[in-house]
Design a protein around this ligand. Structure first.
Ligand SMILES: [Zn+2]
Length: 371
């Protein structure tokens, strides 16, 4: 049961789509943010290609202090998807993953800290959520995330940081990703840095399709890198942090508007003031990318988040500034700067994909649409 504090608003159909042949596995992904749970399911075919099969379920939630309502909501949503998959493909193994806006300890999936998901702090999420789903479905809990040899049991979920999950999905499944046709055949290393611009800046580093979470699960916190030493003080204690200069709020302030959405709409229509605000944001984006390039030497940057929808209006000034400030610019390849393609599906797709990999399947890319 979902607690009464939880307002459920399912929009989107729970329908299966046509898929050639029987899948070797399925997976469920949940993306738990500060205000909603987005979820969906994928099928994995015998060639390692992923295909989304159940449309997303979005549910808004309240954040109880103890996190019980949020956990119940996740379990409720996962159970719906489990049952829908079981009805269409009985016996298919279903690992599941949860992407959370939290610092996740890579050793055990515990949410060490989260500014938004207070009730999930210091909780052993894989154990708690796995046990709750087992109880909800009546199936025995598996002792580990691996679902490959455990049909008829509920595995523990893979719990992943949301930026890491989104980066996994963009790197593997996105338009800017490794060509899905043959991800194993890339002839040079692929090193992707994802920068997600929203209320702040989130990020992740992906080497050849594998997310590098760092020694403590905290790699990719690019937002608090100092980009303008003479800039404004940041709540984090530093000055001129990148996310003060490049965020939805910074963009809105530059255009004198209360929020970023109308600025983006006006800019895409050609309004000069809005265009200038987006371009200036793009220049600061490029300054930060140059610093990241100096440290990380990526082959490409993928820009996601709400502000990323400005596309080339934002990215052209960013590319120019990156080329101007990257160390050794004339004598080195300049990383490409592309926009993310999966939108707000990236989080749950990434959670599902990581869950499949941790359960022992290899995921080689997205199934071509229309296949
Ligand atoms: Zn800061």
């Amino acid at each position: 049961m979902v607690g009464r504090a939880v307002r459920k608003a399912v929009d989107g159909k729970m329908g299966g789509s046509a898929h050639p042949g029987a899948p070797v596995a399925a997976a469920i992904g949940l993306d738990v943010g500060g205000g909603a749970v987005k979820a969906g399911a994928v099928l994995l075919d015998g060639r390692g290609r992923l295909m989304p099969t159940l449309t997303e379920v979005r549910v808004s939630h309240h954040l109880e202090a103890d996190g019980s309502g949020l956990s119940a909501l996740c379990v409720h949503t996962a159970r719906q998807l489990f049952q829908a998959l079981e009805a269409s493909w009985p016996g298919v193994p279903v690992p599941w993953g949860v992407s959370a806006a939290a610092w996740i300890d890579p050793r055990n999936g515990t949410a060490v800290f989260s500014p938004h998901l207070m009730g999930w702090r210091q909780r052993p999420l894989p154990h708690d959520l796995g046990a709750a789903l087992s109880e909800a479905t009546g199936l025995p809990a598996a002792a580990q995330t691996a679902a490959r040899a455990s049909r008829g049991t509920v595995p523990l979920p893979a719990v992943v940081n949301d930026a890491d999950a989104a980066a996994w999905a963009e790197a593997r499944l996105g338009d800017s990703g490794i060509p899905p046709a043959d991800p194993g055949l890339v002839d040079r290393p692929d090193r992707m840095v994802m920068v997600a611009i929203g209320t702040g800046i989130g990020g992740a580093l992906v080497q050849d399709g594998v997310v590098d979470v760092g020694a403590h699960g905290m790699a990719g916190e690019f937002g608090h890198m100092t980009v303008d030493p003479s800039g404004l003080p940041c709540p984090c204690g530093n000055t001129g942090c990148w996310e003060l200069l490049v965020s939805a709020e910074a963009l809105a302030a530059r255009a004198g508007r209360p929020s970023a959405r109308p600025v983006l709409d006006d800019a895409l229509r050609g309004d000069p003031r809005a265009v200038r605000a987006v371009q200036e944001t793009g220049r600061w984006l490029g300054r930060g990318l140059a610093t990241l390039a100096a440290v990380l030497d990526p082959s490409r940057f993928v820009i996601g988040g709400g502000v990323g929808v400005a596309g080339d209006l934002l990215l052209e000034p960013a590319r120019a500034e990156l080329a101007r400030h990257i160390p050794g610019g004339r004598r080195r390849p300049i990383p490409s700067v592309m926009v993310a393609s999966l939108g707000n599906r990236a989080g749950w797709l990434g959670a599902a994909g990581v869950a499949l990999e941790r359960a022992g399947w290899s995921v080689r890319g997205a199934a071509a649409s229309g296949q």
